[in-house]
Design a protein around this ligand. Structure first.
Ligand SMILES: CC(C)(COP(=O)(O)OP(=O)(O)OC[C@H]1O[C@@H](n2cnc3c(N)ncnc32)[C@H](O)[C@@H]1OP(=O)(O)O)[C@@H](O)C(=O)NCCC(=O)NCCS
Length: 190
């Protein structure tokens, strides 16, 4: 298995509102780690559905981010980032399964785009890179993800070919009296 960030980080230029660099498994430098955490905080505090409730601080995100970085360093999971020049504008995780019975599919997690850069095609471009990685390099057959309801996310993912396969009703309490569903979605064939 390839050491994370060691060899073939790929650069792909895509058309968003301007060309972006999409990198698969870039080296996890201290600067990149800090940028990933900073964006996670900014996206959460702008109302994004990436695992936390706002308001959140960097200190609250860091332990979760550290665990994520450790998994990446282990080489099973993959990180895809979008950069505009040197500036991180979005990222997403492909989380693989270790058990053989579920090794033919993976989870897409933590997709997020800088709030100042949303709705310009960055999210779609990141997902395109994840799909190509999963299909062509990893030979996966399905991708699953969980989307929070009432945020337009199921519409966003449906536009990328995902379909709903189930829900956990009202299992996310984003505020008292504001409970959302977790929507399970799958992309197959990949
Ligand atoms: C969800 C998110 C990743 C989408 O990325 P983005 O760069 O803003 O989206 P794109 O510009 O690539 O949008 C692609 C298409 O999806 C649509 N879309 C994007 N976000 C949408 C939303 N919340 N509701 C409905 N449609 C949406 C766009 O209008 C566009 O449609 P079009 O192709 O018909 O023009 C981004 O908005 C984000 O970071 N949100 C906060 C974090 C979050 O909630 N992540 C979800 C984790 S499950």
């Amino acid at each position: 298995m390839k050491e994370h960030g060691s060899a073939d980080a790929q650069e792909v230029v895509v058309e968003a509102d301007r060309p972006l660099a999409l990198l698969i498994d870039p080296p996890l430098t201290p600067e990149l780690r800090q940028d990933l955490v900073r964006m996670w905080v900014a996206v959460t505090n702008a109302g994004g559905a990436v695992g936390f409730l706002p308001p959140i601080t960097q200190g609250q995100v860091e332990p979760v981010a550290t665990a994520l970085f450790e998994r990446l360093a282990g080489g099973m999971d993959h990180l895809v980032i979008a950069r505009d020049g040197d500036v991180l504008v979005g990222w997403v995780i492909l989380e693989r399964n270790t058990e053989p019975i579920v090794a033919h599919w993976a989870w897409v997690k933590r997709l997020q785009v800088d709030p100042r850069r949303q709705n310009r095609g960055v999210g779609r471009a990141l997902m395109g890179a994840v799909h190509a990685l999963a299909r062509h390099q990893l030979g996966l057959e399905q991708l699953y993800l969980i989307a929070r309801s009432n945020a337009g996310l199921d519409t966003f993912y449906a536009g990328l070919g995902y379909r709903e396969v189930g829900r956990m009703p009202r299992n996310l309490r984003v505020a008292v009296g504001d409970e959302r569903d977790e929507i399970y979605m799958v992309l197959e064939p990949l």
